[in-house]
Design a protein around this ligand. Structure first.
Ligand SMILES: Nc1nc(=O)c2ncn([C@@H]3O[C@@H]4COP(=O)(O)O[C@H]5[C@@H](O)[C@H](n6cnc7c(N)ncnc76)O[C@@H]5COP(=O)(O)O[C@@H]3[C@@H]4O)c2[nH]1
Lengths: 186, 186
């Protein structure tokens, strides 16, 4: 069950390391980015983790939805890890305007292990195809949800967003979805 | 089968991205690090990927064996990936002296997914213990070997080193193992 291992890897090798530092990182960022500072709310001190059901992942969020702009990266976390010295971990800050033209800044990225699922479904020797892949994405999402629910150190530091592909023809589906989640937090 | 997914993830999400650039990266490094340049050989233009059977992974190689010294990092690779802008990938150069006192510089790191196996074996909810873990390491090693054997773009750019734990009481087992592999390449 590929998704089970990828969810644990994503948590143990990444979220467990970076989420506890996220709040400090955002506070530091607001201090050095005065023009961004007014556009954060209590609820946006979280990593928005995007989980697209069809694993169609963009490398830049604005490629997916032109209402989203890349703003800047948060300060980096640098650690020695498994022989790689000063390995770098960072997140990107994006900006979106709501219906009233007010900007909202937030930290978001796709769940990178889904790229592995996407690529595996195209490698015949990897052992599963596109039909199985959808099932694996749901298993990844549910496993990750369980792990994060039970993680005290990651509590309230993330929002898992499952993106259904039924709205693929709406060019602003992603920004609308993110705005809805940001509003729910306030 | 956790190891199967982790091996594919390690290849699709990392080795496939970084190994094709490794040779250029080392050539650039030798150009900017004159004191390192004499200590490379044809056979050391590879990433030594350390796979310890017992998943006891050090974050710095010199913590494992004092005959190994950290030298410097190779130039970084920076790419936009799944919403993270300018994500950084890098490898570390280490130095070891052979029996004649001659230094050898090489690029090495532990296979990071083994940290996931190690941590999962200590999380009761993850579903497997230490006995199963050893089996998963061997499955990871064999699956990765298969994938890399069939990868044209990664050909001759890596050396997989399975580290048996029967020599754990020898404080210089790692450096001796690495020197043996470097000698075999020449
Ligand atoms: N040595 C090493 N150096 C790297 O830069 C690196 N980047 C990835 N990997 C390993 O390759 C495989 C595929 O990576 P992917 O990005 O799909 O999953 C990653 C990714 O979803 C997330 N993650 C880890 N580091 C970062 C990061 N810097 N930025 C964003 N996400 C990250 O957490 C997962 C597990 O990471 P690792 O457990 O460190 O091992 C990974 C994994 O086994 C690396 N290994």
């Amino acid at each position: 069950n590929v998704a089970h291992g990828l969810a644990w890897s994503f948590y143990l090798g990444y979220l467990q390391l970076v989420l506890p530092r996220l709040e400090d990182s955002i506070m530091q960022f607001r201090g050095t980015h005065q023009s961004s500072s007014p556009f954060w709310s209590r609820g946006s001190y979280k990593l928005l983790i995007l989980v697209p059901l069809n694993t169609n992942i963009a490398n830049k969020l604005e490629s997916e939805d032109s209402n989203i702009r890349f703003y800047d990266n948060l300060p980096e976390t640098v650690i020695d890890r498994a022989g790689v010295r000063r390995r770098v971990y960072k997140h990107s800050v994006y900006r979106v305007q709501d219906g009233k033209g007010k900007p909202h800044d937030f930290v978001a990225e796709y769940a990178t292990p889904l790229l592995t699922l996407y690529n595996m479904s195209h490698e015949s020797s990897a052992g599963f195809g596109e039909a199985e892949r959808r099932h694996q994405v749901l298993l990844f999402y549910r496993t990750l949800q369980d792990i994060l629910d039970r993680s005290l150190e990651c509590r309230n530091r993330y929002t898992l967003i499952l993106l259904n592909d039924e709205h693929e023809e709406d060019p602003h589906f992603l920004s609308k979805t993110i705005l809805r989640y940001l509003n729910q937090q306030e």
